[in-house]
Structure formats: structure tokens, C-alpha cells
Ligand binder design. Structure first.
Ligand code: FA5
Ligand code: MG
Length: 506
């Protein structure tokens, strides 16, 4: 039987809400026999920020990504990501804010230090940009947690940075985005008894700003199967108060952001009826290797639940690895683009990368928040590409990953299934993985592509072959593209599909 991953369970690992990621472990979706990955040939090393890294069979970072490396949008004065970052930082007083950690990290930092198992699907080359087998572009800011805890320069800290994931192409997904990590720990050894430490956390909780936000939080703080507390490390009372402190702190941050967004909306006279709906937040049980119990926060915004962050009680083993065995506390990781898009009403994630003055001059730290005013809408140029997958590929047990769903909001909690550990061979590659198509399109069309999606998928019984059809929406945010230009790019995409995957264009 062919192993075909077609549902969202077969999606790009990082595009899945983290609550669903444990399910992927049972799908074995990424195991294949043949490696079809094309390696870049020369030169034998990659140069990133003046540092040379030897290439090997794991290398998969394309030039299009490297050309954006180091833009540091989150620290660029008057950039909406930087304004958003500062607004959030302002709610974490007495925290130390780290903003300039380079994006090249080791596999150890990104995965092992956090307790990702050796065969965890997040490590797969279809989902992660590898510089070589030991080095990669961080997929999340959690990659620095152990180092920052180890340095131990403050009880509370945030870290904002660019992160990199091979992912779908649409208006809310870009292969580079920005996260803010945050953590707060208490040192038990500073207190006479463990109970005194718990009491200190309670005191701190009582001093957190109160809010009148509607919060849905139907689940118990921890649950033995679905969302366990770390029984050998934390008492129930410790887990309860750390969780309460974490949730209240993050709710306060969201209230701040959305109150500012509402004010900006009212000031621009755009206070539409739907924005008058009261702000609502809900907590969804989740799973991360580095926290337990864990949650995702979702915000109700214009008729839909939008996932903005993941968080939880820090795994004590992680703090022990960081040589801070006496510290206990919480951590979170949020998407800066997600919040900035809401804050400013920015409709397309590509805009953050724009160097167009019509975009950049709309944001000014001194003048307070203003809604983004779209300056133009250039016509979309849709082109379809339909192709037969290589003959007999699936019959031979090759994996095809198509029709995945890029997700902006989390599905209802599915973290309950803590299934068997994943069995994913990360050194091989599916015969066709949608993320590769996404990357071909991005490399050829750059920011001139808005959306790529599967529109048809069928098996021709007699021929015994599977056909896929993708619709590629070409559209520049900055200018109208000519038909010849779009056709030229589309032809190149078709050619590369044939060369890289041996597909037959229909
Ligand atoms: C993580 O990356 C965890 N490291 C977060 C964490 C940190 C959990 C510390 C516990 C403790 P996740 O993959 O869900 O989790 O990403 C976190 C947030 O980044 C998401 O909630 C979302 O706001 C944002 N995000 C994720 N993928 C994208 C994307 N493709 N584009 C824009 N934002 C994204
Ligand atoms: Mg998530």
C-alpha cells in the first residue's frame, strides 16, 4: 500500500498547530526509501554573515533565504515588528530583553537541548533549513533557552529573533518570521522552604495587573494523561501557581496589544462593527517537549480563533541541563507577525519585508499607533500546473505529501493523544513534498507570489497514476506584473518540477 499523507496530519510539521503535532508521530508520513533531494553542487561551503560552513548532504538552505538573513526587522527603527516587540516588552518589567542572537544554531541547541527525541519529525529536512548536518537556521527562539538560563543574568527575560521554517506559501506564512521567547524563573534555594518559594510566586501573582478580559479556560491546570505536571519535580501547588502566573501575565500582554489596536482603529475612523465584539481569549491544552503542562493561547478576532503563542511550565530537566536545578518557572513563545498583523491591520505577511517607502513611512514610533492604509492592489495572475507523479512511485511505497493546510489558528485540542514516539527517518526525503514545490516557486517568483494551493488530486485507475494540480497566484505587492513576466516565471516552475521530481506535466 502506498503511504500517502493528504490530510492536515501530513502537513508540514511546523505548519501544524503544536497541539496536533504529536499525532504526526503515528502517521510515519515522512519515511521513504529514496532520497530525491537535489544538493547544491558548488561552492563546497556556505558563507553566512562572513562565516564559512561546510556543506554536506543535509544542506538545503536556498539563496533566497540567505539573501534575507540578518535583516533584523525586529530591531529596525519604526518597523511594525519592532514597534510590536517594544510594546510587548513594556509589559514585562524588570525583564532583560535580548534582541541580537544570530540565527545560525546547532542541531543540539535547536532540538536536543530542549528534549526533542532523535527521531522527532520537526527535525526533518522537508521542514527545517539545514546548513549542514550539525548546523541549522533556528526554527524557534526556544533554541536559546538553555544558554540563557545557563548564563543566568536575570530572573525574567525575553528574546526576540528571526526564525526559519520550510512552510506553505500564503498570506500568513513566510519562510522567515519572528518569535519572542519569554521566561520567568524563581530560585528555590533563595527561600527557607519550598512552601516559601510557592508563597513568593503567589505574592508576585497578586501584584500582576488585573484585567476584565473574557477568558475561556475549561481544562484543569494539569491532567495525568493529557497535560501532566512534572510529579517528580513540582508539587501540585507549585504547578498551579506557576500556571496561574503565566496565564495572567500573557493575558495582560494581549489586553495591552488589543487595546492599542482598538484605539488605533478608532483614531483612523475604521472602527467597524466586528471590532466592537469583546476581546476573548481561550487556553487550549498543548504539547511541547520543553514544557509540561503546556498550552496555546488563542484570541478571538473578527470571527475566528487565532493562535498567538505556545507556553508552559518549563521542563525541570531543561533547567538541570542549564545547571539551574533550583530554578522553577514558566516560558512562552509567540509569533510577532501574528500580533503585528492584528495590531496594524497588515493584510499580507510579505509586507513586513517590503522596502517600499509607501509601506515603511506609515509607521512611526513617536507618533503612536496608526492603522496600515493599503496603498494599491495590483491584479493577481493565477496559473495552474497539473502533473502526473512519477509512474509507480506510490506503488513502490514512496511517500507523497500534498494538500497540506497552512494553519493560522489551532484546531481544538488534540494534544490528548500522546502517541508512540515518532518513527521518522530524517535522512531521506519523500518523492514529492509540497514544501519543495513552495520553495521552487519562492525561489523563482520571490515576493511576487501570494498563494500556492492544491486544487485537484486524483488517481487515474486505468493508468494507475496520480495527478496533482496546483494553483499559483502570482501577485506583486508593489507593481503590476506583465503577462510575459508571469508566464516566464511559471514556465521555469514547471521546468524545475520536471527536473527535480521527474513529474510529467499534463
Ligand atoms: C513554538 O515554536 C514553541 N517553541 C513555543 C514555546 C516556547 C512553547 C516556549 C513553550 C515554551 P509554535 O510552533 O506553535 O511553538 O510557534 C509559536 C508561535 O509562533 C505560534 O503560536 C504563532 O504565533 C507563531 N508562528 C508559528 N508558525 C508561524 C508561521 N509560519 N508564520 C507566522 N507565525 C508563526
Ligand atoms: Mg503552535
Amino acid at each position: 500500500m502506498a503511504r500517502v499523507a493528504r490530510s492536515s496530519i501530513g502537513a508540514s510539521f511546523w505548519a501544524l498547530p503544536s497541539a496536533l503535532r504529536p499525532l504526526l508521530r503515528s502517521a510515519s508520513a515522512v519515511r521513504v526509501a529514496r532520497c530525491t533531494y537535489s544538493q547544491e553542487v558548488s561552492p563546497p561551503q556556505l558563507t553566512i554573515a562572513d562565516q564559512d560552513y561546510p556543506k554536506d548532504s543535509w544542506t538545503n538552505v536556498p539563496a533566497s533565504i540567505l539573501s534575507q538573513y540578518g535583516r533584523s526587522l525586529h530591531t529596525e527603527p519604526n518597523h511594525p515588528l519592532s514597534i510590536t516587540r517594544k510594546l510587548i516588552e513594556s509589559r514585562f518589567q524588570n525583564f532583560r530583553h535580548h534582541n541580537d542572537l544570530p540565527g545560525v544554531v546547532t542541531v543540539h541547541q535547536n532540538f536536543d537541548s530542549l528534549g526533542f527525541t532523535p527521531d522527532h519529525p520537526g527535525r526533518n529536512r522537508t521542514d527545517t533549513y539545514y546548513i549542514n548536518k550539525d548546523t541549522l537556521l533556528r526554527t524557534h527562539t526556544s533554541a536559546h533557552e538553555v544558554d540563557i538560563f545557563h548564563a543566568n543574568t536575570s530572573d525574567g527575560w525575553t528574546l526576540s529573533a528571526d526564525v526559519y521554517r520550510r512552510d506553505a506559501v500564503d498570506r500568513s506564512h513566510y519562510p522567515i518570521f519572528h518569535q519572542m521567547e519569554g521566561a520567568l524563573t524563581w530560585d528555590r534555594s533563595q527561600y527557607a522552604t519550598p512552601g516559601a518559594c510557592t508563597e513568593a510566586i503567589r505574592q508576585s501573582f497578586n501584584h500582576l495587573p488585573k484585567h476584565d478580559l473574557v477568558v475561556e479556560d475549561p481544562n484543569p491546570t494539569f491532567h495525568p494523561e493529557r497535560n501532566p505536571r512534572q510529579e517528580s519535580h513540582h508539587s501540585a501547588a507549585e504547578t498551579e501557581i506557576i500556571a496561574a502566573h503565566l496565564k495572567r501575565s500573557l493575558e495582560d500582554m494581549v489586553v495591552t496589544i488589543f487595546t492599542a489596536a482598538d484605539k488605533a482603529l478608532a483614531a483612523s475612523g475604521q472602527n467597524a462593527a466586528e471590532s466592537k465584539e469583546p476581546l476573548k481569549v481561550r487556553w487550549v491544552e498543548a504539547f511541547f517537549p520543553h514544557t509540561s503542562p503546556s498550552w496555546e493561547m488563542e484570541v478571538w478576532w473578527r470571527g475566528t480563533w487565532l493562535e498567538v503563542l505556545g507556553c508552559g511550565v518549563i521542563q525541570q530537566d531543561l533547567l538541570i541541563r542549564a545547571e539551574q536545578p533550583n530554578r522553577i518557572g514558566w516560558a512562552f513563545g509567540l509569533g510577532l507577525e501574528r500580533l503585528a498583523m492584528l495590531l496594524f491591520g497588515i493584510p499580507d505577511i510579505r509586507l513586513f519585508w517590503s522596502r517600499d517607502a509607501r509601506f515603511l513611512r506609515q509607521f512611526d514610533e513617536e507618533k503612536g499607533l496608526r492603522r496600515f492604509m493599503p496603498y494599491s492592489k495590483h491584479p493577481a495572475a493565477p496559473r495552474d500546473v497539473a502533473f502526473w507523479l512519477p509512474r509507480g512511485a506510490e506503488a513502490e511505497g514512496e511517500t507523497v505529501i500534498a494538500g497540506t493546510e497552512a494553519s493560522t489558528s489551532s484546531a481544538p485540542n488534540a494534544a490528548g493523544g500522546r502517541l508512540a514516539e515518532p518513527s521518522v527517518d530524517t535522512s531521506t526525503h519523500p518523492i514529492f513534498h509540497e514544501n519543495d514545490l513552495m520553495e521552487i516557486v519562492r525561489n523563482i517568483a520571490g515576493d511576487g507570489v501570494e498563494d500556492v494551493r492544491l486544487i485537484d488530486d486524483f488517481v487515474h485507475k486505468k493508468k494507475g497514476r496520480r495527478s496533482l494540480c496546483y494553483r499559483i497566484e502570482y501577485r506583486s505587492l508593489e507593481r503590476t506584473m506583465t503577462a510575459e513576466e508571469v508566464n516566464g516565471m511559471h514556465e521555469k516552475v514547471c521546468r524545475e518540477l520536471v527536473e527535480k521530481f521527474g513529474v510529467e506535466i499534463r
